[in-house]
Design a protein around this ligand. Structure first.
Ligand code: PLP
Length: 620
């Protein structure tokens, strides 16, 4: 458990059972659990191949409940006389079953949705049917976007159009006059306080989004002139996703609360303060301000939001706003697990080498001597010698002075030296710089049945860390160290960074493969952003996905969303399956005429081809 830090990031949903398998407790502390390995085996029997994305709707519900419960507790604790009405940012995971489930789970809390684009607005408008829930309209807007949002008021929606650009102010005023509808408006403030780390660019004076204080004032004046200042009711900010340090949030809250107070004083009918997203996820379980972690709980977060805003408003005798947050990552990350299989491994040679003899080339004898002399006092020097001898052996080979067999012997001895040195290094407190890469050099490569570009794009694009570990054999010591290489023909298609306490490690502890026995790995906490940002590199398509719901009798597969077939991915790049088959058929007819293929062979080829087209893009 320690090795993979599962308690830190997995609690209360993921743990390890006596059989050494991952246990999933989708309802958190509220009971009920299932064995992930057994689930995967059962899904395979339903003809679903790996990689497979398993979504646990109960986890989603639990996350939503937790967030609301924390705000309720904070509101009670600080005797806040307003309420909390959160929204889910659809951008975080737009999958229909997920959004529909969220709306359903959110009903008791009047939980709403946030749209960041026109297509997301389409989803939100049709899906959200909770009376009183907010529909926050963010993102760049044109006339159509604004009109659609305003008209939805007539359907009983509560759309709040958040102005992010000065141009939008004029569009909104014109639309309001044209449609004779009084919209609820918000402004997105460009705060000086900003998040840190990978997503920190969402705030700051030159951020892409939001209005500066000067622009906010201009907005107020223009609305006033149009007799619409009472429409302005919400202040929004978002300082970036995955806020790791709570102090950053506090700074932003203070700044925003002051802007809120000022807007109220200017005559706007302020009623909502929307603190955006950013509530972090503890991917490495370290509970620190490391970028893959966060140094606060949801309760701390809710407490700070409530307390800071109350303090600022009370100090200026401004009525307390309804609090809105747009937490995406914190709601959607935990609910999905990607399970994939290891296809094969590539290992560096290990074990004691054959001794060198008098008949061997000097360089081979030197390497053997280096190997036998390695000890905890000289290992660093021995490493330098081994590297040098190996380089010399390669040069000698290139100049024709060393045969292939001798070169192979030299390389074998080099790996033997590294193995011995690594065994010493692992026990040292301090590792010299030049030996830091040794672990990585000696690591096995585990070839996995997945595309990093499709299933973990943030791992490739911004080095985001996700917990990855075997879902079984966890009561067996993982004696190998490996990195993961995916199916794509791209050297970036790999994972070489794994969670460690407040750090990253370059290798993952794994088990040796056993003949004829599958080895399954799970990538956890990847339910936010990864699916939609995944791309079709090498035409590996969407993976199979299932929705699992816990029942008193066990579990139920609520939905099966089949992954892309080859037909489908080829369609995305404008190939038509029928045309492709026809082209191949014609070719095989020509080859038949030229007697280059037999009729039987050509039939086999065509059948394989046709069958493949309707199959999954991953390896069977
Ligand atoms: N709101 C806005 C405006 C965003 O841009 C984002 C995403 O970065 C979010 C909410 C969701 O953020 P998070 O997933 O960190 O909660």
């Amino acid at each position: 458990e320690e090795l993979y830090r599962i308690q830190g990031w997995g609690d209360p949903y993921f743990s390890i059972n006596a059989a050494g398998h991952i246990t999933v407790s989708p309802k958190g502390d509220r009971g009920g659990s299932l064995d992930l390995l057994e689930l995967v085996e059962a899904l395979k029997q339903r003809n679903l191949s790996l990689p497979i994305l398993i979504r646990f709707s109960d986890i989603l519900e639990d996350r939503l409940e937790r967030l609301n419960a924390c705000f309720a507790k904070a509101i009670a604790r600080y005797r806040y006389s307003g309420e909390y009405r959160g929204v889910f940012p659809v951008k975080c995971n737009q999958q229909r079953h997920l959004v529909e489930a969220l709306v359903r789970f959110g009903k008791p809390h009047r939980f709403g949705l946030e749209a960041g684009s026109k297509p997301e607005l389409m989803i939100a408008l049709a899906t959200l049917d909770t009376p009183g829930a907010l529909l926050i309209c963010n993102g760049y807007k044109d006339q159509e976007y604004i009109e659609t949002a305003m008209l939805s008021q007539r359907l009983g929606q509560t759309p709040i159009i958040v102005l992010e650009q000065l141009e939008e102010v004029d569009l909104v005023i014109a639309a309001s006059q044209r449609l004779n509808i009084k919209p609820i408006l918000g402004v997105r403030a460009k705060l000086s306080a900003r998040g840190m780390g990978r997503w920190g660019g969402s705030a700051g004076d030159r951020a892409k989004f939001g209005l500066t204080v000067l622009e906010i004032l201009t907005t107020v004046e223009r609305l006033k002139a149009a007799n619409m200042l009472d429409c302005l009711q919400l202040l929004h900010f978002h300082i970036g996703s995955q806020i790791s340090a709570i102090s950053t949030l506090k700074d932003a809250l203070r700044e925003a609360a002051q802007i809120y107070v000022e807007l109220a004083k200017l005559g706007a009918k302020m009623g909502y303060l929307d603190v955006g997203g950013g509530l972090g996820v503890d991917y490495d379980g370290s509970k620190t301000n490391f970028h893959a972690s966060k140094n606060y709980s949801i309760q701390n977060y809710a407490n700070d939001v409530v307390a800071e805003i109350k303090e600022a408003c009370d100090a200026s005798s401004v009525a307390l706003p309804t609090l809105v947050s747009e937490s995406g990552r914190a709601i959607a990350s935990h609910q999905s697990v990607l399970v994939f299989d290891v296809l094969s491994t590539s290992n560096v040679p290990s074990g004691p080498p054959e001794p060198a003899s008098e008949a061997d080339h000097l360089i081979v004898r030197n390497l053997y001597e280096t190997y036998t002399a390695i000890n905890p006092r000289n290992y660093q020097e021995a490493y330098h010698d081994a590297v040098q001898f190996k380089e010399e052996a390669t040069s000698l080979f290139s100049f024709g002075y060393l045969g292939l067999r001798e070169r192979a012997k030299a390389e074998r001895l080099f790996w033997a030296c590294c193995e011995r040195i690594l065994a010493i290094v692992r026990h040292e407190d301090y590792v010299p710089d030049d030996l830091e890469d040794l672990e990585k050099i000696m690591a096995s490569i585990y070839y996995v049945n997945l595309s990093v570009f499709q299933s973990a794009p943030d791992s490739w694009a911004i080095g985001q860390l996700f917990p990855i570990l075997p879902i079984h054999r966890l009561n067996e010591e993982p004696t190998c160290r490996g990195t993961l290489a995916d199916l794509t023909c791209d050297s970036d298609g790999k994972i070489e960074q794994f969670i460690d306490l407040r750090d990253v490690k370059s290798v993952l502890e794994l088990h040796p493969l056993r003949p004829n026995e599958p080895y399954y790995l799970g990538m956890f906490l990847n339910g936010a952003y990864q699916e939609i940002m995944g791309n079709l590199h090498n035409l590996f398509g969407d993976t199979n996905a299932v929705h699992i719901h816990l029942t008193p009798k066990g579990y139920q597969v609520e939905h099966v969303v089949k992954g892309d077939t080859m037909n489908e991915v080829l369609g995305y790049v404008q190939y038509d399956a029928e045309d492709l088959i026809e082209q191949l058929r014609r070719r095989s007819e020509r080859a038949l005429q030229d007697q280059k293929i037999t009729l039987q062979e050509s039939q086999m080829l065509l059948q394989n081809y046709e069958r493949s087209l309707s199959r999954y893009t991953y390896l069977a």
